[in-house]
Design a protein around this ligand. Structure first.
Ligand SMILES: NC(=O)c1ccc[n+]([C@@H]2O[C@H](COP(=O)([O-])OP(=O)(O)OC[C@H]3O[C@@H](n4cnc5c(N)ncnc54)[C@H](OP(=O)(O)O)[C@@H]3O)[C@@H](O)[C@H]2O)c1
Length: 307
């Protein structure tokens, strides 16, 4: 089968599109024919060596495809099922940038009926992060005010829609040319982060979802109400700032589960969540796909056509 492998070459990490052995099914795993693979910032960060990888390794996490075989102890799935989920080496899989992948049965679910395979492949990591942040960590209630830093990106695009679905007032800090996009997703307010200091424009938020990090993260504490919560996918809590503003900070790490994927699929099928795929690339152009994700400022998601 064809696969995108990350190799060590002269002391550097490099990608190669090559022939690799098709994995064989084992206990607890599902063998999938991968049709589409979603791209996340995580993928280019692994390629660039920002995140450790056990080289050589097949790249890719998010996918949509069809079950080919299941391990002896796997229940509820059978050959022919159309599923989606996460197949990265970092959560027990063999990688989704390949024609076949072995996936942990706990990291897959039947894909949304109303979404295409491309859309389903774009959903797992980013959709799950948004769902977990808003409904499990922040537990937002109708009428509360949320600021999303980086609301036009992969996770942000889902978070804006989920916030609207929860009847939360949602403000988004993003570039001015992304205003129409985030408003089409349901944002009540858009703040041009280049033209304004967001802290001069918004205050008294119940929560901030930080998808940017660094200085933006640290400046965000001050726009919270006392008792409010900031959650970040990039930064660990700053105890001094928590104390200074009387707020709580959370670092969010990913945990893609069948249960969360099932809830995401329901939200898509109810029409509460739409998947915006901005661009697709063939598997042979994986370098271009990762560069596009890292540099081209995509609105929504990038997907690789594997089949
Ligand atoms: N902890 C974890 O387990 C975990 C899991 C998933 C993701 N992450 C991380 O979370 C981050 C967000 O993920 P993602 O998939 O949503 O990434 P993404 O698609 O790249 O979105 C990030 C967004 O932030 C915007 N942005 C950059 N600087 C900004 C600023 N100063 N103010 C407002 N917006 C700004 C970007 O806009 P431009 O494109 O115009 O710059 C982009 O739209 C990534 O760094 C990712 O690696 C962590």
């Amino acid at each position: 089968m064809k696969a995108v492998r990350l190799m060590s070459e002269d002391g550097h990490q490099a990608l190669a599109v090559m022939e690799a052995d098709k994995p064989a099914v084992v206990e607890g795993k599902v063998l999938v024919e991968v049709h589409e693979a979603g791209v996340n910032p995580l993928d280019w960060k692994i390629k660039e060596g920002w995140m450790p990888a056990p080289l050589p390794v097949t790249m890719g996490g998010d996918f949509a495809g069809v079950v080919v075989d299941v391990g002896p102890d796997v229940s509820g799935l059978q050959p022919g099922d159309e599923i989606y989920g996460m197949a990265g080496f970092f959560n027990g899989g063999t990688g989704s940038f390949a024609e076949y992948g072995l996936v942990d049965a706990r990291s897959v679910a039947v894909r949304p009926k109303t979404a295409s395979e491309k859309e389903a492949a774009a959903l797992p990591l980013a959709g799950m992060m948004a769902l977990q942040a808003l409904t499990e960590h922040l537990r937002l209630e109708p009428g509360q005010k949320l600021l999303i830093q980086g609301g036009a990106g992969g996770i942000g695009s889902f978070a804006v829609q989920l916030a609207k679905h929860l009847n939360v007032y949602v403000a988004v800090a993003c570039a001015a040319d992304e205003f129409d996009y985030v408003k089409s997703l349901g944002a009540d307010e858009a703040i041009d982060f280049r033209a304004h200091k967001f802290e001069d424009v918004i205050r008294d938020c119940d929560a901030v979802y930080d998808l940017v990090g660094g200085d933006v993260y640290r400046r965000s504490y001050q726009v919270l109400k006392p008792g409010g919560t900031i959650i970040s996918t990039l930064e660990r809590p700053d105890e001094e700032l928590e104390e200074k503003y009387g707020v709580k900070a959370i670092y969010q790490s990913f945990d893609v589960t069948a249960e969360r994927l099932g809830r995401l699929a329901e939200l898509v099928d109810q029409g509460a969540l739409k998947v915006h795929v901005e661009k697709t690339f063939p598997l042979d152009d994986v370098e271009a796909a990762l560069a596009y994700q890292a540099e081209a400022h995509p609105k929504g998601k990038v997907v690789i056509d594997v089949k």
